[in-house]
Design a protein around this ligand. Structure first.
Ligand code: PLP
Length: 361
């Protein structure tokens, strides 16, 4: 059963008529409610209407789309960027552009479903290379390294609280290999000023292709790909997910660009998010002993039974908190707790008090 949301702020959701302090979703930096973001979107909405109403190769290419791509590339320190209607399609677009010539695709065991699904778009042999398992990946690369090969991974696995070893992956990757990093969760949290997991790993390499959802740290919607100019050009030409789709509404692109400007101007948001993530780790350690290591703004508290999960949700709602039980995101069912830079210290205290009272591993 899907929950029904009637309204939201950067830290609250109106769920079933009740305004609750939210620890749900991936509203990492509260940018989707920032007045400058809303003003940029509203100005564009009045000027351009609600929809781009056509693919970009016909009459749907607005200045806002191109401006956002330039801003993304510049912020990420990569040569070029391309926006797609969703983060999911961004991963598929990369595979549509490269799948034909690949012989082997290695995929991290915990990679997001959209990365796994993208592998259905290639005839290459698809191999699970374990969960950031360098020994296994090394052995597989020894065996398949002469072939055209791509390695697919998330940059940050939020529920597993794991950061992919991107520097090591690039060190092992053959010269002509591709490292596709879905950084939907790393952007805004890892790397210099929230520039993501490639920045966090201190690597800059033309073999790396970064994708992500703009619905998370940027508080907007849609997806992006960022890489070398050559790679982006190839995807622009070859990927049906780009050529044959209507882009995100120009107003959303305008809002995402404003969000990016705030992210660049206010790195303290990222610092606050990291501090809150550290507090969440400490809370996790109290709840589930040493199982909550790692760096992530998300904590999965295991509750495998749906009935128990929903009952716990209700108890927390009685405390004014919204923390959803979910089976999504890999692994068995869990209470998914996510912090935002916009939570206050008091919000985190309320979280801890309520969990201590009601959660049992
Ligand atoms: C790691 C990851 N990749 C891709 C997606 C899909 O992005 P979008 O919702 O923009 O399609 C998600 C979830 O939203 C995600 O968590």
């Amino acid at each position: 059963m899907l929950r029904r949301i009637a309204a939201s702020t950067s830290t609250t959701l109106r769920v079933n008529g009740q305004d609750l302090l939210s620890f749900a979703g991936t509203n990492l930096l509260g940018l989707g409610h920032h007045p400058e973001v809303l003003a940029a979107a509203q100005e564009c909405l009045s000027r351009c209407g609600l929809s781009a109403a056509a693919s970009r190769s016909t009459s749907g290419n607005f200045a806002e789309h191109e401006n956002l791509e330039e801003a993304l590339a510049e912020f990420l320190g990569l040569e070029a960027a391309l926006i797609l209607p969703s983060g999911w399609l961004a991963n598929e677009a990369v595979m549509q552009a490269y799948g034909d010539e690949l012989d082997t695709v290695l995929v991290d065991a915990d990679a997001h479903t959209s990365l796994w699904t993208s592998t259905t778009l290639t005839r290459a042999q698809v191999i699970d290379c374990g969960a950031s398992d360098l020994t296994r990946t090394h052995a597989l690369l020894d065996r398949h390294g002469e072939q055209h090969l791509a390695l697919l991974t998330d940059g940050l696995f939020p529920m597993q609280r794991r950061i992919a070893p991107l520097a090591e992956f690039l060190r092992l990757l053959p010269r002509k290999g591709i490292l596709l990093v879905d950084d939907s969760h790393g952007l805004g949290f890892l790397g210099q000023g929230g520039r993501g997991s490639l920045s966090g790993a201190g690597v800059s390499d033309p073999r790396a292709v970064m994708t992500g959802s703009m619905a998370k740290a940027l508080g907007a919607g849609g997806g992006f790909i960022a890489s070398s100019t050559g790679t982006i050009e190839r995807i622009r030409r070859r990927a049906d997910a780009f050529v044959g789709t209507t882009p995100i509404p120009p107003a959303v692109a305008a809002g995402a660009r404003a969000a990016l400007q705030i992210l660049e101007r206010e790195p303290e948001r990222v610092r606050r998010l990291r501090a809150h993530a550290a507090r969440l780790t400490a809370i996790g350690k109290r709840m589930i002993q040493d199982d909550a290591e790692g760096r992530s703004p998300v904590l999965a508290l295991p509750v495998s039974d749906q009935k128990a999960g929903r009952a716990l949700e209700q108890k927390l709602a009685a405390h004014g908190l919204y923390i959803p039980w979910t089976e999504y995101g890999g692994g068995p069912g869990a209470l998914r707790v996510a912090v935002s830079s916009e939570h206050t210290t008091r919000d985190l205290e309320r979280l801890e008090e309520a969990l201590l009272q009601h959660y049992q591993p």
